[in-house]
Design a protein around this ligand. Structure first.
Ligand SMILES: Cc1cc2nc3c(=O)[nH]c(=O)nc-3n(C[C@H](O)[C@H](O)[C@H](O)COP(=O)(O)OP(=O)(O)OC[C@H]3O[C@@H](n4cnc5c(N)ncnc54)[C@H](O)[C@@H]3O)c2cc1C
Ligand code: SF4
Length: 469
């Protein structure tokens, strides 16, 4: 009641547009302690029980921080979340949407408090306890080094299992490394955690495409259990006239290339895509689209538009998502504040060009019509709203369709659900004995914190399986 919520803010726009470094600032430790004191220690903490997918014990964390017991806070935080330095930076914080203080006031700055706890832990050298004192003979292979695979590996390694992580990329991290721009998550944060995991005994085998370079038969001979954590990266395409023109790219390809350039990895110059001096249209109004917008502005785009087919969300929490649900509402990311023009209820109908090169986008406005309270609305074109925009570069940030084709999944005839994700039982085991699944490959494209939560559950399933075998 005595303090207002305070957010750390961002670096000035004219400064941050000149580099790719993290844009969000951090609060001082004194301010973090004040912010933690805003927590009401509710009898039923919805933030913990409903909001946070890893069930961080938020009121107790706030109480420790408020009293300056940083070490206890860190140990408690790490007991639920393997990587608070990732979630503390890029989690959209569903916990804050479920904070009781948020019913009548601003919610507690839970994500910032989490980040302060873990960063103080790294600074003081208290994070990391070295290799476990006891090792089981059992070994586990994890395929994929995104947040889900890392969480499986970290949880099993700490429990004393021998873990090897395989990934076809050059460096570990999955989307943390290759999808999310540095201005949201600088890559030293990922490297610091991977180094710690290596020091604690996890082995990383990079540049290995499982199913192509090595077979499941090979893994089965060497390991007692295998966990798939290959993500969900099959992009949703816009199959419409002109799609074949040069100048139309998928968001993940575009973002991966920029992240590789920043990380000093080779990029084939003939395939290099840049927004420099171009009119760019990002199709898709979500977070991936916002990451593309921020990247295009940093590359020196002449003009950037972001088009979304859904209607503009309300400025305040929509009645369709009452507290403690994650509120549907208009969110302006830091990239939106940097420039570009956002438009909602816009449907793209075709691309046109000249000499095989993209020149224009042809669009129209839509109205969303619902047939009843429980049926999702359908977009209906509004007559007379057709318009066209010049475009040199179009980035498709229209979502993901599932894990896509995977040789190992096909050869082993692994069962999939109706959305194309890998099916598993309550232990996270697929229909193939000893083969588990975690993260986006299991639940569809989601959030870092959900990938970590799913990875932890898969690790517990694997431990249960290895114990009863
Ligand atoms: C552009 C973008 C921005 C995002 N921003 C956010 C954000 O700000 N906050 C948030 O919470 N969430 C965000 N997300 C969602 C989040 O990144 C994902 O939900 C999360 O990374 C999923 O983790 P994962 O480990 O399941 O898969 P991934 O991170 O996709 O990792 C899968 C790994 O498996 C490897 N792999 C796949 N097949 C094989 C094979 N056969 N052999 C070897 N290796 C293989 C891949 O190379 C990859 O490294 C974003 C997603 C995107 C695309
Ligand atoms: S991981 Fe995300 S949801 Fe959980 S406490 Fe942290 S910011 Fe909130």
């Amino acid at each position: 009641m005595e303090y207002n919520r305070k957010d750390p803010g961002y670096r000035p726009i004219n400064e941050r547009l000149r580099d790719y470094r993290a844009v969000e600032l951090q609060l001082s430790q004194d301010e973090i302690r004040r912010q933690a004191s805003r927590c009401m220690d509710c009898g039923i903490p919805f933030c913990h029980a409903y909001g946070c997918p890893v069930s961080n014990v938020i009121p107790e964390l706030n109480a420790f921080v408020c009293k300056g017991n940083w070490r206890q806070a860190m140990n408690l935080l790490l007991s639920a979340d393997n990587f608070p330095e990732f979630t503390g930076r890029i989690c959209p914080a569903p916990c804050e949407g479920a904070c009781v203080a948020g019913i009548s006031d601003d919610p507690v700055t839970i994500r910032q408090i989490e980040l302060a706890i873990i960063e103080r832990g790294f600074e003081s050298g208290e994070v990391g306890s070295g290799p476990p004192s006891m090792r089981y003979d059992n070994s586990v292979a994890v395929i994929g080094s995104g947040p889900a695979g890392l969480a499986v590996a970290d949880t099993l390694n700490r429990a004393g299992y021998r873990v090897t992580v395989y990934d076809n990329d050059r460096h570990p991290g999955g989307i943390l490394r290759y999808g999310i721009p540095d201005f949201k998550l600088e890559k030293w944060v990922v490297e610091r955690r991977v180094k710690l995991m290596e020091d604690e005994g996890v082995v990383f085998e990079m540049g290995v495409n499982v199913g192509e370079d090595i077979s499941y038969r090979y893994l089965k001979k060497r390991f007692d259990a295998v966990c798939l954590a290959g993500g969900s990266r099959e992009p949703r395409d816009l199959k419409m006239p002109g799609r074949e023109l040069n100048g139309i790219h998928f968001a993940m390809d575009y973002l991966t290339q920029q992240n590789k350039k920043i990380g000093g990895e080779p990029v084939d110059p003939s395939k290099s895509v840049t927004a420099m001096g171009k009119t760019v249209i990002v199709i898709g109004g979500g977070d991936t689209g916002s990451d593309c917008l921020g990247t295009a502005l940093r590359q020196g785009a002449k003009k950037v538009y972001q088009f979304e087919i859904l209607p503009k969300p309300p400025v305040k929490r929509s009645q369709s998502t009452p507290w403690p649900m994650w509120p549907l509402m208009l969110r302006k990311t830091h990239a939106h504040k940097e420039g570009g023009e956002q438009r909602w209820s816009v449907m793209t109908e075709k691309f046109s060009g000249h000499g095989g090169v993209l020149k224009k986008l042809h669009c129209a406005e839509v109205e969303w019509r619902s047939n009843g309270a429980d049926t999702p609305g359908v977009p209906v074109k509004r007559t007379g709203t057709d318009f066209e925009v010049d475009a040199d570069l179009v980035i498709l940030a229209t979502g993901f369709m599932g894990p896509g084709r995977n040789r190992l999944v096909e050869e082993l005839e692994i069962a999939l659900d109706n959305r194309g994700n890998v099916k598993a039982d309550e232990r996270h085991m697929t229909n193939v004995e000893g083969l588990f699944v975690a993260g986006d490959m299991h639940q569809g494209q989601s959030l870092i914190v959900r990938a970590i939560a799913d990875g932890r559950k898969a690790a517990y399933g694997i431990m249960q399986y290895l114990k009863v075998r």
